[in-house]
Design a protein around this ligand. Structure first.
Ligand SMILES: Nc1ncnc2c1ncn2[C@@H]1O[C@H](COP(=O)(O)OP(=O)(O)OP(=O)(O)O)[C@@H](O)[C@H]1O
Ligand SMILES: O=C(O)[C@H](O)[C@@H](O)[C@H](O)[C@H](O)CO
Length: 167
C-alpha cells in the first residue's frame, strides 16, 4: 500500500475495530484519532457536548502530521466527518484514501450503547449524523456497509483499495 488510509465515520461505526484489523492485515502502522484529542476535547464530549470546528482544528492538524509521516502506508481511524476536514488532511498528505464505514442510526446506536467504558455518550450520536458529510465522487476512497462482520469489512477494503493486496 503506497497511500495511508483514514477509516472514517460517526462514533460507534467501528473505526477503531476495523482500522486496527485493516492495519494488521496490511502490516502497516495503526493510530486512533481518539488518542490525539486534547483533555479539553475529551472533557467536552464526555459532558455530552459535541465538538465544533474550532475544537477539531488543532486535532485535525496533528492527524494530518501523522498521515504525512506515513505517506508510504498506515491506517488512521478518524471520524473526518466533514468534507472540509478531509480537505485539511489531504492538505498534509495528498495521497490519503478514505474508507467510510456507513450504516443506519439503529445499527450504530446499538453498537455504541453496548460498548462499555468509552467516553463518548450515545446522546452525541445524533449530532455525529447531522455533521456527517459522506464522501463525494471527487474524493479518493470508498464506502463500506458496517452491517457485516469485521472480517468481511476488512476483506472488502483490502480488495477495493488501490495497492491493498501488495502488502
Ligand atoms: N462489524 C462489526 N460487527 C459487530 N460489532 C462491531 C463491528 N464493528 C465494531 N463493532 C463493535 O461496535 C462497537 C463500536 O466500535 P468502535 O469502538 O470500533 O467504533 P468507533 O467508530 O471507533 O467509535 P468511536 O469513534 O466512538 O471511538 C465496539 O463495541 C465494537 O466491538
Ligand atoms: O469528530 C468528532 O466529533 C470526534 O472525533 C468524535 O467522533 C470522537 O473522537 C470519537 O468518534 C469518539 O468516540
Amino acid at each position: 500500500m503506497r497511500s495511508p488510509v483514514v477509516v472514517m465515520g460517526v462514533s460507534g461505526s467501528g473505526k477503531s475495530t476495523v482500522g486496527a484489523a485493516l492495519a494488521q492485515r496490511l502490516r502497516v502502522p495503526f493510530a486512533d484519532a481518539d488518542d490525539f484529542h486534547s483533555a479539553e476535547n475529551i472533557a467536552k464530549m464526555s459532558a455530552g457536548q459535541p465538538l465544533d470546528d474550532d475544537d477539531r482544528r488543532p486535532w485535525l492538524e496533528s492527524i494530518g502530521v501523522w498521515l504525512a509521516e506515513h505517506g508510504d502506508g498506515g491506517v488512521m481511524s478518524c471520524s473526518a466527518l466533514k468534507h472540509e476536514y478531509r480537505d485539511r488532511l489531504r492538505g498534509h498528505e495528498p495521497s490519503v484514501l478514505f474508507a467510510h464505514l456507513a450504516g443506519s442510526v439503529e445499527v450504530i446506536a446499538r453498537r455504541q450503547a453496548s460498548r462499555p467504558g468509552h467516553f463518548m455518550p450515545t446522546a452525541l450520536l445524533r449530532s455525529q449524523f447531522e455533521t456527517l458529510e459522506p464522501l463525494t465522487s471527487d474524493e479518493r476512497g470508498l464506502t463500506v456497509d458496517v452491517d457485516q462482520s469485521v472480517d468481511a469489512i476488512v476483506d472488502e477494503l483490502v480488495a477495493s483499495l488501490p495497492n491493498g493486496e501488495e502488502n
